[in-house]
Design a protein around this ligand. Sequence first.
Ligand code: ZN
Length: 229
Amino acid sequence: MLKMLHDEEPVLRAEITALYSVLDHKLGLRGAEVPITFGMDEKVLGSYLPPSYDDEEQFQFSLFFIGFCMNGQISKNDRINLYKHEYAHYMTRHINIPDRYNWQPGVHGSAWKYCCSLIGAIPADYYIEESSIKKIDYESVLERPSVDHKQVQLLDTYRTQRAIKNMENAKIKYEIGDTVTHPKFGEGTVQDIEKQPSSVRLHILFGDELKVIDQKWLVKTEYKKVSER
Ligand SMILES: [Zn+2]
């Protein structure tokens, strides 16, 4: 399944880039040029990581979810909204936010909601199925001071924890030549290691078939190193 999901990457990447190009054109931004990475996160659909001292700016999306939405579990509308949600995060870093939209703090505060209003993203920080259909009253969302500060703080804390987890996931735990076992494919040898900003992909040769497997998934499902070399 994982290989199948990774095969969706070019399709999804094209879909995201096409949308971001349209938004870029409208806003004079360059979001379509920001690298997009795909992971297998089970809790977060997507995220925008601003540039930091040790990492370049990027968008991340979870294949775990997006992959499934290709099978109709998540509608195209909701998928597009997810892309816009993350683009709005990118916008908060790259456009001038009018002062009157700076009253609410947090990554999903009023500045972000203002950005949502410019691109038609749902200004909600959680996923609601088919929520994209609802008509949004941006006026009231932007003006009414109804923030739950505790919740915002919680999300920001979670975001920090996630950044740490990403760093953990990007640590290479295998070496080229390592032997691993797989319940279905049997014994395989690590041929190549591909380091990504928040993940590590292993190219493993099972017999004469080469599979690309996310190290995180590998570790989690207890593929094992057969021997320490
Ligand atoms: Zn968000």
